[in-house]
Design a protein around this ligand. Structure first.
Ligand code: A2P
Length: 280
């Protein structure tokens, strides 16, 4: 968990992160982040939209681990796109998280319904604000989420800093080949949200069979698959035993033929939302 990938700006990022989507504000988010830190996670992924920044920040600050030893990500919500709004939103996030900086700040969605007519311009403006925040030391890296190749290409027309990360719905049921290919061109790290398909993949028989073969659960097998593809999985759980279990994925290696068998699940269950069509 403390093994790292190196981002394209040389910042190190722990190779598994703890996802907090759907962990509502209050005790549950606080406790699950605390449990995750105790279990050895040093990378916590939140977003303004999750409504839990206050609890996440408090759990980090109350822990025995130094803030500088934790990699913390949050994300710009759809209402806050544009130059001035982005600067304000980041400052608000820092306040909510009760920290001086975040390690990674992402544009959460490329094409919010509110800006559908001028998303290219708006993303360029948001990105400019993010570049300035990066230069001012408020964030150690900047990136995007749910960006398809055409969103990236558009951003790169005016960007002076290449995104470090592109975070997507990424798991055996949607391997996002076009996104992965585009990210490779720019040396952008693939972060995987819903690495377990929001839990849906855990009822797929193949993943249980292979899990058993390697002496691990279907969840552990699926997270291992993500790592072996070079992705950075962000599993979410609110249960201590699962939070712990999801860290225990370093003592086995999936064979090439079994990796291919898992790849074969592509398209069989839920796939990613189309970012140009989402209704938020
Ligand atoms: P819970 O939070 O109740 O533990 P994803 O990370 O793809 O979004 O998936 C999260 C879902 O998978 C949640 O419903 C979570 O449930 C469940 N989950 C996470 N880890 C495990 C695990 N090791 N075993 C079974 N279910 C898990």
């Amino acid at each position: 968990l403390i093994d790292t990938y190196t981002l394209n700006n040389d910042v190190k990022i722990p190779i598994v992160g703890f996802g907090t989507w759907q962990s509502a504000d209050g005790d549950i988010a606080y406790q699950s982040v605390q449990t995750a830190i105790d279990a050895g996670y040093r990378h916590i992924d939140t977003a303004t939209a999750y409504g839990n920044e206050v609890s996440v920040g408090k759990a980090i600050n109350d822990s025995d681990v130094d803030r500088h030893d934790i990699f913390l990500t949050t994300k710009l919500w759809n209402d806050d796109h544009g130059y001035e709004a982005t600067t304000k939103a980041l400052d608000n996030s820092l306040k909510s998280l009760d920290t001086d900086y975040v390690d990674l700040y992402l544009i959460h969605w490329p094409n919010p319904v509110e800006f559908r007519d001028n998303w290219e311009q708006i993303n360029a403006e948001s990105w400019q604000a993010m570049e300035e925040a990066y230069k001012a030391g408020k964030v150690r890296a900047i990136g995007v989420s749910n960006f398809r190749p055409h969103h990236l290409a558009s951003l790169m027309k005016t960007a002076t800093i290449t995104p470090a990360v592109n975070q997507n719905y990424l798991n055996p049921s949607d391997m996002q080949p076009e996104v992965i290919h585009a990210n490779e061109q720019y040396n952008i790290l693939n972060e995987a949200y819903s690495p377990l398909g929001t839990g849906e993949l855990l009822s797929v028989p193949l993943l249980h069979e292979l899990g058993e073969k390697y002496g691990h659960s279907a969840a552990q097998l699926t997270l291992r698959w993500s790592l072996q593809h070079g992705f950075l999985p962000l599993p979410k759980s609110t249960h201590a035993d699962r939070i712990q279990q999801n860290t225990d994925i370093f003592d086995f290696t999936i064979s090439d033929s079994d990796m291919k068998a898992i790849d074969g699940l592509h398209g069989t269950t839920r796939v990613a939302d189309d970012p140009d069509l989402v209704n938020f």
